[in-house]
Design a protein around this ligand. Structure first.
Ligand code: NAD
Length: 333
């Protein structure tokens, strides 16, 4: 069987996912949910999508009565994910949701609860969790090849353009760089170190309060402590060019990914040499793997479920709190 997917939100990332899905062996694009009739028409022609599988944001609850769609992939602005995923769950369809899963942990928990209640799967678009060089580092760590893990550095950022885009609108983005790109270092710290942080500290700086309004973070540095004693030091920013580097160090060796999270090829090396795993389109691999998770109950090496998305949201809530108060936030309570 093939996972029959409808994409909600036909923007730039939705378009990328649709293209990548054409090469997927296990997932097939069969439907769309969009507020723009002209886009629906274009996608119908391009991907041979029947009119009965096309919905808009008002009527998509009716997907409940459509036996030809198994899952909806929500690829809209961050703040919309919560309500949209809950509506998908209520329609009895599996939900795949882009990162950040929601704009805070409370909303994330509600999404997890709604999907559990409806007995549908909730997966988050963490494409790096299937990336071969990343997985090789995780394998090496688990085999003890870095010794005891002591330190992770995550640098995530880019220079954001158009000041009028939704990413710079608190209502739609839920925050600033942290929600959009800093989340890669939050998530990366967890899968590279292989532990959950127990405390967070954070410092925010803003050089352009016109472009980055109240509640829209430009640059945040943050630090984590892990149960083993390992620490992480990370940077999230909307004001630096192509900042995308992970560095993991242990008592016996190191791993570096640079770029670590872009669309690829991901490049990296360890104390043992270059990482040579071949590049595959991330979104194609992700859709194959997610289809296997949903249809065959496959267990990924690094989880991509709603609980995983919620862990990042709890940490992001703590980063914002730590930045605001200047105090260390304890994540164990
Ligand atoms: P985009 O602006 O290109 O597309 C967003 C789409 O949502 C547009 O088609 C827009 O018409 C639609 N939309 C529906 N309701 C809207 C509303 N009320 N206001 C504005 N737009 C509305 O954005 P994008 O880059 O495609 O990002 C969409 C989501 O995908 C975000 O959550 C983002 O974080 C995520 N994303 C993930 C990755 C990744 O690598 N996993 C990469 C890019 C984006």
């Amino acid at each position: 069987p093939v996972l029959r997917v409808a994409i909600m939100g036909l923007g730039s990332y939705g378009t990328r996912v649709a293209e990548a899905m054409q090469s997927s062996k296990k997932a097939k694009l069969v439907g769309v949910i969009s507020g723009t009739p002209s886009k629906v028409k274009d996608w119908q022609a391009k991907y041979n999508i029947p009119a009965k599988n096309c919905y808009n944001y008002e009527n998509f609850d009716a997907i409940k009565n459509n036996p030809d769609i198994d899952a909806v992939y929500v690829i809209t602005p961050n703040a919309l994910h919560h309500d949209q995923v809950i509506r998908v769950a209520k329609a009895g369809k599996h939900a795949i949701c882009e990162k950040p899963m929601a704009i805070n942990a409370k909303e994330g928990q509600e999404m997890v609860d709604a999907c559990n209640k409806a007995n549908v799967k909730l997966l988050v678009g963490y494409r790096l969790h299937f990336e071969p060089k990343t997985l090789e580092i995780i394998r090496m760590r688990e085999a003890g090849e870095f010794g005891k893990i002591m330190f992770f550095q995550g640098l995530s950022g880019f220079t954001i353009g158009d000041p009028n885009q939704w990413r710079l609108n608190k209502q739609l983005a839920g925050g600033g760089a942290m929600m959009d790109i800093g989340i890669y270092s939050v998530n990366g710290a967890r899968y590279m170190v292989g532990e959950e942080p127990v405390w967070v500290t954070a410092q925010e700086t803003k050089t352009d309060p016109v472009k980055f309004k109240e509640g829209v973070d430009e640059t945040i540095q943050f630090q984590f402590g892990f149960p083993s004693g390992a620490v992480a030091s990370c940077l999230s920013t909307y004001s630096m060019s192509n900042l995308d580097r992970f560095f993991l160090n242990g008592t016996e060796g190191f791993a570096e990914l640079h770029p670590a999270t872009g669309y690829g090829p991901i490049k990296g090396r360890t104390h043992k040499g270059e990482l040579t795993q071949p590049h595959q389109t991330h979104q194609t691999v992700q859709m194959d793997e997610m289809a296997a998770i949903i249809l065959e109950g496959k267990k990924p090496v690094v989880p991509v479920d709603g609980e995983e998305g919620l862990k990042d949201l709890k940490i992001i809530d703590a980063i914002y709190l730590a930045a605001k108060t200047g105090k260390k936030v304890d994540l164990t309570v």
